[in-house]
Design a protein around this ligand. Structure first.
Ligand SMILES: C[S@@+](CC[C@H](N)C(=O)[O-])C[C@H]1O[C@@H](n2cnc3c(N)ncnc32)[C@H](O)[C@@H]1O
Length: 286
């Protein structure tokens, strides 16, 4: 790889910190509960603007609603693959809520995975829940991957599909199981050709699946998905439980609502489904 693309990849990895710091800050103000984020990132030194916090609130709650709907439809008899997961803490939340899928996989660049694993190894509130869900053979953990009974974290490049698929298969990914793939602010950092190949790979590999994507695009139908929909974040925000929206709107004074609306309008959550088991996945919406 050229040093130019090395530098570009390093900048992409840096976005993991931005996302985690913003999430940590919003959690500290009370937008949503996440007792695990504190073990991955230090509290931000400066406050984040209220519209940024509300934007993250809509993003996290929106993705979470579709994820929970998928778990409900499949009765947790499924697998989840979080692409470009960064320091995401969803595994721990699902465990606390007794909503774990059969297996939860995460993929990110090896350098990010290695940081995540370092935190997991050194912080019992992170490692204990993984041990509690682990049974059978000893848990495998090295610098760039973790494999336990219910949770695998893999260092791989989403642009190298063959290598990623091999790694996922090695840790028990089952293409026949209903599969939820989630990419939260990830595809935008790949070239259009590479992100289209990833969508197509997912569409070709899993006969019963849903792909949830948070950002500014919707190319699911042209890449092998049977049904797809996209909602801009204003629509998502106004469809979230309004008692909770009223609660978070009291947390901080928002000077200019137009700023929040502009920000929300720039992003969307799109999702696509394939449903060979006729589970009714195309019915999932907000
Ligand atoms: C903006 S961060 C989002 C992290 C997480 N999904 C979240 O929302 O908190 C983008 C993540 O995608 C990862 N990523 C981007 N391109 C990737 C690639 N080609 N291979 C693996 N990971 C990638 C980055 O390393 C980073 O962790």
């Amino acid at each position: 790889m050229s040093s130019e693309s090395d530098t570009a990849d390093e900048a992409v990895r840096g976005t993991c910190d931005d996302a985690s710091i913003c999430k940590r800050f919003a959690v500290s103000v009370g937008y949503w509960k996440d007792p695990y984020m504190q073990y991955f990132v230090r509290q931000a030194k400066e406050r984040k603007a209220p519209e940024i916090n509300r934007g993250y609130y809509a993003r996290v709650q929106g993705v979470s609603q579709l994820l929970c709907a998928f778990l409900k439809k499949t009765e947790c008899n499924c697998q989840i693959i979080k692409l470009g997961a960064g320091l995401d803490t969803t595994f721990w939340r699902l465990k606390d809520e007794n909503l774990l899928p059969k297996k939860y996989f995460e993929v990110d660049f090896p350098a990010i995975v290695s940081r995540k694993l370092h935190n997991i190894k050194s912080k019992p509130p992170l490692s204990k829940p993984i041990m509690e869900t682990h049974n059978g053979d000893s848990l495998l953990i090295d610098a760039y991957s973790l494999d336990s009974a219910r949770y695998s974290i893999l260092g791989a490049d989403l642009r190298n599909l063959k290598d990623m698929e091999e790694k996922l298969k090695k840790v028990g990914m089952d293409p026949q199981l209903p599969t939820l793939l989630v990419a939260e602010c990830v595809l935008v950092y790949m070239s259009p050709e590479k992100s289209a190949s990833l969508l197509k790979w997912a569409g070709d590999t899993f006969p019963t699946a849903m792909f949830v994507n948070y950002e500014q695009m919707d190319r699911l139908l042209s890449n092998g998905w049977e049904a797809a929909d996209a909602w801009d974040m204003i629509r998502v925000y106004s469809s979230l439980p309004q008692n909770d929206v009223a609660r978070i709107e009291k947390l901080e004074f928002l000077d200019e609502r137009e700023l929040l609306e502009q920000l929300l309008l720039h992003y969307c959550i799109s999702w696509g489904t394939k449903d060979s088991l006729h589970l009714g996945l195309a019915e999932i919406t907000f």
